[in-house]
Write a protein that binds this ligand. Sequence first.
Ligand code: TYD
Length: 391
Amino acid sequence: MKVQFLDLGKQPIANRFITDSEKDSEFFYNLTVGFDNSSKLITHMDYVDPPMMFNESYTYRGSMSNTMVQHFKQFSENFKKSYNPKSVLEIGSNDGVFLKNWDVDTTYAVEPCGNFAKETNELGYVTYHDFWTRTLSEFIKNEHGSMDLIFAANCICHIPDLDNTFQAVEGLLSRNGMFVFEDPSLAQMINTNSYDQIYDEHPHIFSVIALQNILSRNGLTIVKVDNTPVHGGSNRIYVQRTSDVVSIDASVRSNIEFEHMLGLDNIETFIAFAKKVEQSKKDLITLLTRCKQLGKKIISYGATSKSTTVFNYCGIDSSLIDYVIDTTPEKQGKYTPGSHIPIINTNKINSDVDMAYLGAWNFASEIMTKESEYVNRGGKFITHVPLVKFI
Ligand code: TYD
């Protein structure tokens, strides 16, 4: 049974950056989050229908951040050295940021967003324009055989039905094959109060504890966990069919022990988290309002899904933030979902800006290096992670 502990209010589709004419017809839903008593999963009380989010208009491009390009390159090199997989499937291949590290002839992809499926098909990777299900998994197995590596980054936490998802993986893995997936870590979210990891596309925020419960009931076992710094702290989970498991790395136990210490199996932890989220909202509005009263020009850096949650939960709009800058061509010239702040096309922070809220706080070091001129002239960055403050 799910018990609600957090209400982030009315929210729009987080990655649906809108045009002028769409401002009056936006879809909103109530973003409420609960704790599942039996699996210990943190999950939305109600799910947004996936085709509402993942379609031809999807704008997020993994390759817009050099950090992510390097992250997937590094993983691919290491995995090839250790396991040398002969067949690879990526679930949720986006713009091919991971695929590009693998051989076109033996690497397949699944991507529900038509614009990106077309792009990676054109790159030569057979890409199924569909959602990941048991039916699709069986179809792929008939076409190409079983897979030595099934990979998914920032995708499994997007899928409401985890049992079907994991059964689909279990059926397609080859003998001794590995399923590797990475998503934002619940431990990191709780530790850094980064409640903006929660939005429509993230119906679940995973603990290793909850994943172990759900994977094991679907014939799968976690054999290793890597903690990676991307997306504000993620876990990369290595999984095998339970019948194939030979050994389990010590990282599985240490992560689970750490999560027990944080109380991630206890609703009380999340009730306390919800109080901190409310405080963060008050603090951010107070800081932005004071700066605005002092005549400061404030912008936001990175038109992220995360900032959709923050802006709509806190009621931040263009009266506080003049505009957002983002390098993604598909986002430029549009408006932020719900809050309707314009997104402009610029390579660098303009010289008249005093403060920049870090919508992409997870790329703080990449951004601050790029914006050294702004930093050197006294420009300030604002974040709410882990506390509302200037960096
Ligand atoms: P990300 O944090 O991955 O977004 P989400 O919350 O949607 O998962 O996205 C970072 C966004 O910031 C992405 O739209 C690209 C943009 N960006 C810049 O505009 N400039 C930069 O230097 C970096 C690193 C990212």
